[in-house]
Design a protein around this ligand. Sequence first.
Ligand code: SF4
Length: 476
Amino acid sequence: MKDKCAVFGIYAPGLNTANLTYFSLFALQHRGQESSGIAVSNGEKIFLYKDMGLVSQVFNEEILENLNGFIGIGHNRYSTTGHSSLQNAQPLLVESDIGPLALAHNGNLINYPFLRKNLIENGETLQTTCDSEIIAKIFASLSGKPLQERLKHTISKLAGAFSVVMSTKDSLIGFRDPQGIRPLCLGQLSKNGDTGWVISSESCALQTIGADFIREIQPGEGVIIDKTGIKTIPSAAPAKKSFCIFEKIYFMRPDSISDNELIYETRFRMGQELARESFILADGVMPIPDSSVPSAIGYAFESKLPFFEGLIKNRYIARTFIQPEERLRKMGVRLKFNPLKEQLNGKKVIVVDDSIVRGHTTKAIVALLKESGAEEVHLRITSPPIRHPCNLGIDMASYEELIANNKTVEQICSYLGADSLHYLTLEGLFKSALKKRSENSDPNGFCAACLTGKYPIFLNADKASDLIPEQKLTKC
Ligand code: SF4
């Protein structure tokens, strides 16, 4: 499962915003590894640099030195095959009546074909096949109008998931879709004489550059930051909040804040709930690193079984441009994980993971653990079975590819070669997703469509595949 991009923006007169954006993108690398870019405004011009690759591969000191300005925005694009090109890398730069606009977007517009057709019929020329360009074009189309009006108009025209940062020559803008599907937060630089504002996909980037977390940007809300300070533009059309539940389960970093608590704490509770639902006596509890570590610790805590590490992840394997040769590719998960045989030998182990999509990786991991000496492997998953694809920006799989779409839990367990398998129930997931919901299991406030098939946004369609545009679309 791949997430869709990280966005970041900073307004900080007197500070090196290109450098600060670079380090923030570094902290947000987990949200996208295909391409990276930074656009910086000095009040007159916007300078842009972007390229394919990881943040550390795209930028060097010389490039950053040439990006001078007091407003910076940055973007990491997620990794996929097929739609990968520099043309679609972000930030995007478009011309408007108020000068250049730079834009970075996380999400997926489901009314993209309609909006694209409309713009082309109105004589617009589009440079990319990326839905993000549409957002900038709609914003630019309200010639002569103030930023607030453009912002409200843009939000009202878009349907789907969008967390966006934009820069004009002299202001930084951030806004989020009315359902609040992807995260976006606001931070402030106020230590050591620094002053400035920051907008980021996740709060982990704020800590990296010494900014304080102020709050999440509300669903449908926009903020405009300029020399007069910060203005908030509340949602014109409040909608039912539908925050992606997989941001909590898997996508966000454990040190990021969502709903006023660390993702680490939420995942810990998911592990505890899983232990309550599916306790089994075993020699120990181990995670599939890295995202499942807090849940495995939570499971071990609740079940009073020892926590241990049975697999060590090679964290730097993605940081190379060299494709592994056929022989190495065949080794699959072995390239990514090294088993600790002495820890596993002769043991009955509980293995906690966050999700199973197609099942190929999990099957290979179970085989690796058994070959490394584990006597029994009991899988515990902190999400219910994924039975439906996502139409809101997550590159998941088709109905046919999803293992839980056409197999029972028993059949999946047998296919994976595990000794038992338990998925966290939907009730258990909602119970643990928010602290204040610990006594009931209210599903409101989340999108869980890939688990339930109930999509938060419909376009006169009754199934997900109807919502996914037929046209060749690069989702950003
Ligand atoms: S369908 Fe699943 S992955 Fe997509 S936004 Fe909803 S919860 Fe997230």
